[in-house]
Ligand binder design. Structure first.
Ligand SMILES: *[C@@H]1O[C@H](CO)[C@@H](O)[C@H](O)[C@H]1NC(C)=O
Ligand SMILES: *[C@@H]1O[C@H](CO)[C@@H](O)[C@H](O)[C@H]1NC(C)=O
Ligand SMILES: *[C@@H]1O[C@H](CO)[C@@H](O)[C@H](O)[C@H]1NC(C)=O
Length: 287
């Protein structure tokens, strides 16, 4: 019984610890569509390389396939010098414990037109530029969203200013006499709520302290909270262990007696528990 509860606590704490390990997947060139024959490199940019992040992909032919099945691995990166339409699919990084990074959709076409759109979700309020191109040039192009023509651009690229949720959708383009690109999803995410101080704020002391960027602060707070939670779990597990130890059956008592701990004893102060553990340990040594 002591062992199982200890194991559960250890499992819980290790799970909590692992949530601080994160990785993000990047792709080079940064495009969600590519031509057959292009080369591509994907890498897992990790916080902690000991977490063993590996690149995986789902394509029509493979599920959760690792780099060795289709490319050349180098650390947590994977490179392919000649991609084909069969390489189209969703790519992500996965740690040994099963944590996952962001995922990226890649479409490889053997046609002659691609739509270059952002591989990562676009932040609300940002500007986004879509390029419709052939292998060699930028020509006048029509852009479609969810099947309807939205713009004709003589230079082959269009910019959406201050994107909003309503710009989310399935985009494609076509270039006359060359053809149509495959479609790609553009995802728009909410702007993170930043709690920046008002610009009129005057520091009480003439000390210039550069505040860390919002994302770094958030990460710091997250880690702090995680460490506190982990500390609390160790603390609680210590208390539980101490209380189980104190009420462990002696002689030929049955194991059942352990679960019948009166709650009032578990609520006793920490000092008491510490005194008792020392006593119990000494007693143990005497027998
Ligand atoms: C990959 O495929 C597996 C099995 O079909 C599925 O469970 C998993 O959610 C897929 N992963 C992604 C990121 O789509
Ligand atoms: C990938 O494409 C599917 C549709 O084909 C879409 O539902 C999903 O949101 C896309 N994922 C990303 C990360 O863009
Ligand atoms: C795109 O395709 C449509 C229909 O196939 C065609 O009418 C249109 O001229 C094409 N647009 C361009 C810019 O090639």
């Amino acid at each position: 019984m002591e062992e199982t509860s200890l194991q559960q606590l250890l499992l819980l704490t290790s799970l909590l610890c692992c949530t601080t390990n994160q990785a993000s997947l990047t792709v080079s060139p940064s495009s969600s569509q590519m031509f057959k024959g292009d080369s591509v490199s994907l890498s897992c940019e990790e916080d902690d390389s000991s977490a063993g992040w590996t690149l995986r992909r789902n394509t029509t032919g493979q599920t959760r396939a690792e780099c060795v099945k289709w490319g050349e691995a180098a650390g947590s990166s994977c490179k392919s010098n000649y991609i084909v339409p069969m390489d189209s699919g969703v790519y992500w990084c996965e740690s040994r414990e099963g944590a996952t990074s962001n995922s990226i959709n890649i479409t490889v076409t053997d046609g002659s037109v691609i739509l270059q759109s952002p591989v990562l979700p676009v932040m609300e309020g940002d500007d986004v530029t879509l390029h419709c191109k052939t292998k060699t040039s930028n020509l006048p192009a029509d852009f479609y969203k969810d099947g309807s023509l939205i713009r004709t651009e003589p230079a082959g690229h269009m910019t959406i200013h201050h994107v909003s949720k309503s710009d989310e959708g399935l985009y494609k383009c076509n270039i006359s006499s060359h053809g149509e690109s495959p479609p790609s999803w553009i995802t728009v995410t909410d702007k993170p709520t930043t709690t920046a101080p008002p610009p009129t704020y005057i520091a009480p002391c003439p000390v210039s302290v550069a505040p860390p960027p919002a994302s770094a602060t958030l990460q710091l707070v997250f880690r702090l909270v995680c460490h506190l939670v982990v500390f609390c779990l160790y603390f609680i597990s210590t208390l539980i262990m101490v209380s189980l130890y104190r009420h462990r059956p002696t002689g030929n008592d049955l194991a059942v007696s352990m679960v019948m701990t009166p709650p009032t004893q578990a609520e006793q102060g920490l000092d008491d528990d510490y005194d008792d553990i020392i006593i119990s340990v000494t007693t143990e040594h005497h027998f």
